[in-house]
Design a protein around this ligand. Structure first.
Ligand SMILES: C[S@@+](CC[C@H](N)C(=O)[O-])C[C@H]1O[C@@H](n2cnc3c(N)ncnc32)[C@H](O)[C@@H]1O
Length: 201
């Protein structure tokens, strides 16, 4: 374990536990640059434009969910890794963030809930991910009619994410996109962030 300090903006620093020594694949075990970019994007949104609740897929160490909860959204973070969701909750508690719950979720599992704001930071990197995430968000109805999916990932490996964006656009979702720059641990990363609004039923 180690603690990393993440400054999201002047005066807002989260101290996050990372489980760096986990065996591979350990994607869940660290804070990824995309999560800084998405968190800063959330902080930049006009408060009135955000709904009252949010749901995160693949929350890892919990930074994006913590940011949403910090903004006052009742937030639920999920991941398929039990240690990830435990650490996300621990990180929220260590930083005095309230309003965050977590649970295990593998995306192919059945789901009965829906959300007006679905967050997905750097989660589209397996060949099956576009199909599985589309089936979950759209097919199974995790994203409510009129709700928004905010999805982001590195520009350097955008192909699968773009495939998924095209699926949503074909289904009539309104798409917005922006390119964000982020410095993290001495590296510069470029991140593509997409917003996809589901048509009203
Ligand atoms: C690259 S990490 C990103 C973690 C965090 N969102 C961030 O940006 O720092 C990808 C996360 O997605 C989770 N994940 C990948 N495939 C998944 C699946 N099929 N079901 C649930 N979680 C999954 C991993 O466990 C991991 O925590």
């Amino acid at each position: 374990m180690r603690t990393v300090h993440v400054e999201l903006r002047p005066g807002l620093v989260f101290r996050l536990l990372e489980a760096v020594a986990q065996p591979r694949p350990n994607h869940w075990a660290r804070v990824w640059p995309t999560s800084l970019a998405m968190s800063r994007w959330l902080l930049d949104q006009p408060p009135a434009s955000l709904p009252r609740e949010a749901f995160e897929l693949g929350c890892g160490m919990g930074l994006v969910s913590m940011t949403a909860a910090h903004l006052g959204l009742v937030t639920h973070g999920t991941d398929r890794e039990p240690l990830a969701i435990a650490l996300a909750l621990e990180n929220a508690e260590r930083n005095g963030v309230v309003g965050l719950s977590t649970s295990l979720l593998e995306w192919s599992d059945p789901i009965t809930t829906s959300t007006p704001l679905l967050l997905a930071s750097d989660v589209v990197y397996e060949a099956s991910s576009p199909d599985v995430l589309y089936a979950l968000a759209h097919g199974a109805g995790l994203l409510a009619p009129g709700g928004v999916l905010v999805m982001a990932g590195p520009t350097a490996r955008a192909e699968l994410a773009n495939t998924l964006v095209d699926r949503f656009r074909t289904a009539g979702y309104a798409h917005g996109g922006s390119t964000l720059q982020v410095e993290w641990e001495g590296h510069h990363d470029e991140v593509e962030l997409h917003t996809l609004r589901r048509p009203e039923a």
